[in-house]
Design a protein around this ligand. Structure first.
Ligand code: ATP
Ligand code: BTN
Length: 317
């Protein structure tokens, strides 16, 4: 099916006969595969008598060669379809593959967000990226890590021309109030000794419509007014991650505290923080040198950290 897609991805018309000849299959087999592309991958294909078949919009797929040439230190697995790149990364760690490595996919059938939520992951539109690292420096190497990833994602998007970006604690990248990227870190092993961490990053790249997303969202395309080559994004993001992770590893999170705060969208805003059924209202003061959230609660500064916390603006409507 993806061989057929590779023939159609230029957005030009191709006759059923030419497609059949290129694939070594009959015209009716071509027809069946085209129907699969529509139903399985949600692609729209124009059929015009006398001209053939054309994808409604040209498609740029992830290109293993382009990515491998630029990313020498990180072997990459590029999958057409998977439940979740994070889940695949965890399985690959189990099989003993040495880190670092990268898992990418054209789509996710069970993309996951924080706290078991679903991450909407349509075919070939967005980036689904999981980087696996081996951590043997103990807890210090994990401190503030998700904030570091947020900074790297934001800088990569800026480099590629997306305006108006900022950060929400702990690790969302937003444009105004709209989410453009989400980050999910998953750890296996002993965090106090040797462990593996999967840095799962979802970036909305060329997505223009998504009824299933139940919060305000945007994409690189919607914000910059042009479509983006996800291969360039993989390379830029990986370079940013390499630089930020290196700084974090060598110098610790504290050297990134000021940079994070200068990009913090909700600095000095009234917010509420929820942990399960508990809710705390306060004013967002920023973060401390370990990446914990600083809130002023009833006139007193308090710090909060942990994976299950969720922050909202109090005037959010
Ligand atoms: P918080 O974790 O602070 O509560 P959040 O509301 O963004 O922030 P998350 O759990 O981080 O929640 O993210 C999952 C949410 O992201 C889902 O509930 C869904 O509304 C939304 N979502 C799912 N897919 C996408 C997507 N592709 N783009 C933007 N948002 C998405
Ligand atoms: C969130 O904001 O809740 C985090 C979303 C993380 C989504 C990415 S997409 C690549 C990786 N694989 C997953 O299943 N989730 C992360």
């Amino acid at each position: 099916m993806l061989t057929l897609l590779n023939l159609l991805k230029d957005g030009q018309f191709h006759s059923g006969q030419a497609l059949g000849a290129a694939l070594g299959i009959s015209r009716s087999a071509v027809w069946k595969q085209l129907q699969h592309l529509e139903t399985e991958l949600g692609l729209s294909i124009h059929k015009v008598r006398g001209r053939g078949y054309q994808l409604a919009a040209p498609l740029m797929l992830l290109d293993p060669h382009k990515i491998a040439v630029e990313l020498k230190g990180w072997p990459s697995f590029i999958l057409d379809s998977i439940d979740s790149t994070n889940a695949e990364a965890l399985r690959t760690i189990e099989q003993g593959k040495p880190a670092p490595f990268l898992v990418l996919a054209e789509r996710q059938l069970a993309g996951r967000g924080r706290r078991g939520r679903k991450w909407v992951s349509p075919f070939a539109e967005n980036l689904y990226y999981s980087l696996v690292l081996r951590i043997d420096g103990g807890m210090r190497q994990l401190e503030g890590l998700s904030l570091v990833v947020g900074l790297a994602v934001m800088q990569a998007l800026r480099k590629l021309g997306v305006p108006g970006l900022g950060l929400k604690w702990p690790n969302d990248v937003l444009v105004g109030r709209k989410k453009i990227a989400g980050i999910l870190l998953e750890i296996v092993g002993d965090p106090a000794d040797v462990c593996h961490v999967v840095l799962g990053i979802g970036i909305n790249v060329n997505m223009q419509a998504a009824d299933e997303v139940d919060q305000q969202w945007t994409s690189m395309r919607l914000e910059s007014g042009k479509s983006h080559d996800r291969n360039l994004l993989v390379v830029e993001l990986s370079h940013q991650l390499q630089a930020y992770l290196r700084r974090h590893q060598v110098e610790g999170f504290s050297v990134l505290q000021a940079e994070w705060e200068s990009n913090h969208l909700w600095q000095d805003q009234p917010v509420s923080l929820t942990a399960g059924v508990n809710r705390t209202d306060g004013v967002a003061l920023g973060i401390d040198s370990h990446g914990a959230l600083r809130l002023k609660v009833d006139g007193v500064e308090k710090t909060y950290s942990g994976g299950e916390l969720s922050l909202r603006l109090r005037d959010d409507s």
